[in-house]
Design a protein around this ligand. Structure first.
Ligand code: EPU
Length: 418
């Protein structure tokens, strides 16, 4: 995906099998976890995508090392940390960079970070992260733009999170690993990426129980050690290929998809009229050509992932009837609606709800990827559109999908980068 644009000649039915890469969001959480120890940590199944590169640079800006020892293995080392404050020009690239706070605070008793960047999908506060650190005894203040957290040694606390934030839960879990005493996070996020990070931390000697549920308990230990950890499959990439099969009326086997992480999507696809079969860790998805309108709520896990609501919108332009999509996680994640309209979709947005009337024939034209998932929605729409769709700003897609064009081509899509 070297170019700046994707050019898709739509109308090809996708067929064959495709392998899912390692999870973006599990990877960007695992990289800062290496800051907790002075020894090597090895991550396996790490995707070659922009956000992983950015997160590795954040680690390096603190004096850490990040090196690919194989195409999908990353060696991380934080033995010689020289700074407790990652470079602001890196932090603005991705939201997960704020995870260095929990790890640095736990190991060194101090951390500083600018407000993190990330996709423009609504207000994205970090109050639950900071309230959690404060409950564990950290002094939190601002120094210019930056947040500063300091504590000689954090102490375990009972923390009620106002909102089950994914990165918030991960930050507090890392902070709790080396605290004195036990930390309990109530109303924790339960996304699979939380359980994946807890597994890595436990491999490093942490004592975390309940990750993946809404109550996570972290018994603090005195020291952690290096470890090897395998990143879970990317459930959003898997879901995107499932929708690609559905929207093209295709027949695709999605390998290493971990269907257990995709229950809500599979249920919704079946409700739309798509055939989905689970086969071990694979999913076989067949588009029947007869799709029906549905109502979708994008919710915290195990609800339908907000990261899949834009791709689902593309699919629902081809469903018979009126579909409603309610985005309940972020306040401004329907910006893709204007781009889908350019392709001929009948879709309107009223704040956090999109209303789609279908089916409408999509006709290729020039559109812009506004963020990672909005970009994925346009790729899917382009696959179904008549004629040529040109998508600009595909660097957004490069941040989160490993070789999406190559993978789609292997299934028969006509997609080129230019
Ligand atoms: N929120 C607060 N206070 C906080 C933190 C969050 O009110 O301190 C609110 C946010 O305003 C938002 C909601 O909580 O309305 C959800 O935010 P959350 O913190 O759970 O999201 P996140 O941790 O910033 C991660 C993923 C996102 C994914 C969301 C929801 C990573 C790096 N990012 O973000 O992924 O959409 O969880 O599942 O893990 C993506 O991959 O495209 C992406 C945006």
């Amino acid at each position: 995906m070297a170019g700046e644009r994707f050019i898709i000649e739509g109308g090809r039915r996708l067929e064959g099998s495709v392998a899912v890469s390692g999870s973006k969001n599990a990877s960007v959480a695992a990289i800062p976890a290496a800051l907790l120890v002075p020894e090597d940590c090895y991550l396996e199944n790490v995707p070659a995508i922009g956000d992983v590169k950015f997160m590795a640079q954040v680690l390096e800006s603190l004096g850490g090392e990040a090196e690919r020892t194989s195409p999908s293995t990353l060696r991380l080392n934080a033995a010689h940390i020289t700074s407790f404050s990652p470079a602001t020009e890196l932090v603005v690239n991705l939201r997960a960079s704020f995870l260095v706070m929990g790890a640095l605070l736990a190991r060194f008793g101090q951390a500083m970070c600018s407000p993190p960047g990330g996709d423009v999908i609504g207000q994205r506060p970090i109050d639950v992260h900071l309230a959690g650190f404060a409950a564990m005894g950290a002094d939190i203040h601002r120094q210019g733009e930056k947040f500063v957290a300091q504590a000689k040694r954090l102490r375990g606390a009972r923390i009620f999170m106002d909102y089950p934030s994914v990165l918030g839960t991960q930050n507090l879990m890392m902070a709790g690993t080396l605290a004195r005493g036990t930390t309990v996070i109530i109303n924790a996020a339960s996304e699979p990426e939380i359980a994946s990070l807890a597994e890595m931390l436990n491999n490093m000697g942490a004592r975390i129980h309940g990750a993946g549920s809404h109550t996570v308990e972290i018994e603090g230990v005195d020291a952690l050690h290096g470890a090897r950890h395998r990143i879970i499959p990317d459930r959003i990439e898997a879901g995107t290929f499932a929708i690609a099969a559905a929207i093209t009326g295709g027949d695709v086997r999605i390998c290493q998809a971990e269907p257990a992480h995709l229950h809500s999507l599979v249920a919704k696809l079946k409700e739309v009229g798509v055939q989905v079969e689970e086969d071990g860790t694979d999913l076989r998805v067949r588009g029947t050509g007869q799709l029906g309108a549905v109502t979708i709520q994008a919710l915290p896990y195990p609800g339908l992932a907000t990261d899949l609501q834009a791709p689902m919108a593309a699919l629902l332009t081809q469903a018979q009837g009126v579909s409603y999509i309610h985005e309940r996680v972020f306040e401004n994640r329907l910006l893709y609606v204007s781009e889908l309209r350019k392709l001929g979709a009948e879709v309107v947005s009223t704040g956090t709800t999109a209303i789609i009337s279908g089916p409408t024939p999509l006709i290729g034209t020039s559109v812009r990827a506004l963020d990672i998932r909005a970009g994925a929605a346009l790729v899917l729409a382009g696959l179904a559109a008549r004629g040529k769709t040109e998508i600009s700003d595909i660097y957004h897609l490069n941040r989160g999908y490993q070789c999406i064009d190559e993978k789609l081509r292997s299934l028969g899509a006509d997609i080129q980068s230019a």
